[in-house]
Design a protein around this ligand. Structure first.
Ligand code: FAS
Ligand code: PHB
Length: 390
């Protein structure tokens, strides 16, 4: 088989790029190792920047997002038992975020690919990129036990943190930066009315907590937990008891609990691989970078990678101009690192760090008090949360 752009990974990054390029007549094939149902079964991101939302609309995938997603003009940060509002719209001159689950937007992308007859191959096993530094790179994989090959002009590694693309780059050609946090997030999803119409991030001496949602009938809650435990250690009642202890009393009093329909622990890490290119293979999304979800940057960091790659491929195929491809890694990393900084800052601000000294904990408290005493500090928080320009 031959295609112009061979994409490894059928998550949001790979599907969105495939859809955008196909709409411009550029041929792509997506190789996804899992089934569509498995991919859609993952409960992940919930908050979309306006940049991501605009890309979804440009990809003809924004109708359900605009109909069912919720525009949020702000959120709260609670500490010392008090909620403090962050007026995103007021602080950014009118920008907001959309609350719309990654599961739903991935469903929209799959449906759009199907409608256009896009080539998305599931259960593609043993995917391997080859000859990435040549002018004729190719992909091999097995499907139903049959060995397959796809010759490409370019390969996109959109296969997430545990994918094969980044790991196929020779160690002396890639540099990795990483910080692993000494805790994780235990998240639950349940069919109840969310305790608050907007998100509440809570700092508490027992640990961080987050009240989020997917709709007005689907709630999403998280608490910081030690990495030593496992999700089996937490009954629903244990979870509710701990969440209530970490939230302001007025919020806990209104919390509607119920049986969780999903419960999982996500480890937290900051990670960046440089450069995001090896020959004619380009890395995008979680394949190249990971952030702790505290700043809701994870999926949104992938958006700018896809935006830059989309326009670079357009310039190559439509104008014969390779400037975008040459500049991709440097341009993508510039915004990725700003997202890393913000996610690290929000995580450091709101979580309990077992190894913190009294001085560290005092600084954390002062950082929060300074934040809510300074409009400049609040504007900085808000402009990062709604998404820095592409
Ligand atoms: P993805 O990992 O989503 O997709 C990669 C795809 O490649 C997967 O479908 C995988 O099956 C496939 N793949 C992997 N290896 C392959 C191979 N060898 N061959 C073929 N296919 C292969 N972000 C937020 O903003 N907020 C959150 O709350 C949040 N929570 C998260 C919780 C968890 C547990 C995880 C892991 C991530 C979370 N994220 C969150 C970040 C997440 O949303 C990612 O940013 C987003 O999934 C990135 O999308 P992709 O780059 O497409 O990577
Ligand atoms: C979520 O709803 O899953 C969510 C929202 C905001 C975050 C992280 C996760 O910062």
């Amino acid at each position: 088989m031959k295609t112009q752009v061979g994409i490894i990974g059928g998550g949001p990054s790979g599907l969105l790029l495939s859809q955008l390029l196909h709409m411009q007549g550029i041929d792509t094939v997506v190789l996804e190792k899992r089934s569509r149902e498995y991919v859609l079964g993952r409960i992940r991101a919930g908050v979309l920047e306006h940049g991501f939302a605009n890309l979804m609309r440009e990809a003809n995938c924004g109708v359900r997002m605009d109909a069912e997603g919720e525009i949020h003009d702000g959120f709260d940060i609670a500490y010392d038992g008090v909620r403090n509002h962050v007026d995103l719209k007021g602080l950014t001159g009118g920008n907001s975020v959309i609350v719309y689950g990654q599961t739903e937007l991935t469903r929209d992308l799959y449906e759009a690919r199907e409608k256009m007859g896009g080539a998305v191959i599931h259960h593609a096993e043993n995917v391997q990129p080859h000859d990435m530094t040549s002018d004729s790179p190719y992909l091999t994989y097995t499907k139903d036990g049959e060995a397959q090959r796809i010759d490409c002009d370019y390969i996109i590694g959109a296969d997430g943190f545990h994918g094969v693309s980044r790991k196929s780059i020779p160690k002396d050609k890639i540099r990795e930066f990483e910080r692993v946090y000494p805790f994780g997030w235990l998240g639950v999803l349940l069919n109840t009315k969310p305790v608050s119409p907007e998100l509440i991030y809570a700092k508490h001496e027992r640990g961080f907590a987050l009240c989020s949602l997917r709709s007005q009938t689907l709630s999403r809650y998280y608490i910081q937990v030690p990495l030593s435990g496992s999700v089996e250690d937490w009954s629903d009642d244990d979870f509710w008891g701990e969440l209530k202890r970490r939230l302001p009393a007025d919020v806990s009093a209104q919390l509607e609990t119920g049986p969780s329909i999903e419960k999982s622990i996500a480890p937290l890490r900051s990670f960046v691989a440089e450069p995001m290119r090896h020959g004619n293979m380009f890395l995008a999304g979680d394949a190249a970078h990971i952030v702790p979800p505290t700043g809701a940057r994870g999926l949104n960091s992938a958006a700018s990678d896809i935006y830059y790659l989309y326009h670079a491929m357009l310039d190559h195929y439509k104008k014969g101009d390779d400037t975008g491809l040459e500049n991709y890694s440097q341009k993508a990393l510039a915004r990725v690192w700003k997202g890393q900084r913000f996610s690290w800052w929000m995580t450091t601000l709101l979580h309990q760090f077992p190894e913190n000294s009294d001085f560290d904990n005092k600084l954390q408290q002062i950082d929060l008090e300074y934040l809510f005493s300074s409009e400049s500090a609040m504007k900085s928080l808000a402009e990062n949360y709604v998404g820095l320009p592409f």
